[in-house]
Ligand binder design. Structure first.
Ligand code: BYC
Length: 312
């Protein structure tokens, strides 16, 4: 009997019926090239965000106000490095090597979350980053646990467990500062003022200006849109701010009849400037990564030599 290879139309129909039936797409399954490319882009950017995101907090390990807070911050930052590893490994299943991902980052061809291009000025920023940045990230990542690509989805499950601890450690820092002196309360409010809008920008442009969303939603790479997730985030975060006496820096914030919030206009010019490399710390973040990568070459060489020696 002659075996006939399925046509591209048949392969696409099978792929889409799996997506519709909530069956995960796995690395060896056939997938449309656009699906693969969109995943490579999003997952590698996500991995880079985790690793570059270690920098604003890493700067504060030696200046943490107590041994307890130092240990917690150290563990949190280490987790972020781990998240980068899960995500690079998951992205490598799409046929791109780790070296290629890092090279694209260093050449400015791959992005990472815009929020990490802002400076962390004082200890209250450690609270604001954990509470708002990890809080925004977890809102997005809970949704991505249901993404259609198996390795990405499984990486998200593990990451979300750790991320919820991160969000709470940040909120605890803010809450303790709000119970402190007037100066400490002002520091907490100032950190919220500076991180609020960059955290809202983490969800990306409005749906109407998001070129990748249509396909990503159709093939369930993304399960909720940029605006839907941003709304979820503000609805859970604003009551948390109010509970400890903080005020969200949005003059046009509205509480709607259904008890949900509508935020004021986001400064998209600022967002795109930061995305294009012109934020306050873009150059510093990238230079630091390139330097650390060069200085760490001997670790990679030793690990490879050892793996070869032991036939791993
Ligand atoms: N920053 O069509 P769109 C963490 C770009 S780290 C920079 O909506 P998409 C943590 C976008 O790439 C976790 N660029 O895109 C770590 C695209 O440009 P390209 C971070 C952005 O992909 C340490 C263009 O704008 N989380 O938790 O459908 C310490 C058009 O956008 C951003 C993730 O990475 C941005 N914010 O949707 C503490 C989540 N937004 O690629 C905490 C994974 C958009 O065409 N990523 N752009 O050149 C996603 O869920 C999606 O990629 C996004 C954007 C929702 C971000």
């Amino acid at each position: 009997m002659e075996i006939v290879a399925p046509s591209t139309e048949q392969l696409l129909a099978d792929f889409e019926s799996k997506i519709n039936a909530e069956i995960k797409i796995e690395p060896r399954d056939w997938m449309p090239e656009e699906y693969r490319q969109n995943l490579i882009r999003q997952m590698s950017q996500h991995a880079h965000s985790e690793v570059i995101g270690m920098q604003p907090e890493g700067n504060w390990i030696t200046r943490a106000p107590s041994l307890r807070s130092k240990k917690i911050l150290l563990a949190k930052i280490q987790d972020e490095g781990g998240h980068g590893l899960y995500l690079y490994s998951a992205a490598e299943t799409l046929g791109v090597s780790r070296e290629q991902f890092i090279q694209a980052l260093h050449e400015g061809k791959a992005k990472y979350a815009s929020v990490f291009n802002y400076p962390a000025l004082n200890w209250a920023d450690m609270g604001a980053i954990g509470w708002l940045v990890d809080g925004a990230a977890i809102t997005n990542q809970v949704s991505l646990q249901r993404t259609s690509y198996g390795p990405y989805s499984r990486a998200m499950v593990k990451i979300c467990k750790e991320e919820s601890f991160h969000q709470r450690q940040g909120y605890e820092i803010m809450w303790r500062m709000m119970e402190g002196t007037k100066d400490q309360q002002q520091m907490a409010q100032d950190a919220l003022n500076r991180w609020w809008w960059p955290a809202l920008m983490m969800f990306g442009p409005h749906d109407s200006d998001s070129p990748h969303s249509t396909l990503a939603m159709k093939w369930k790479i993304k399960r909720e849109s940029n605006d839907q997730l941003r709304e979820k985030f503000i609805n859970k975060t604003i009551p948390q701010a109010e509970l400890i006496g903080l005020k969200v820096p949005d003059q046009n914030l509205q509480l709607l009849e259904d008890e949900t919030y509508k935020h004021g206009d986001i400064n998209w010019d600022e967002f795109w400037a930061v995305v294009k490399g012109n934020g306050p710390c873009n150059q510093q973040r990238l230079e630091h990564h390139i330097r650390a990568h060069k200085e760490g070459a001997w670790v990679r060489e030793t690990a490879i030599a050892s793996a070869k020696k032991h036939n791993i």
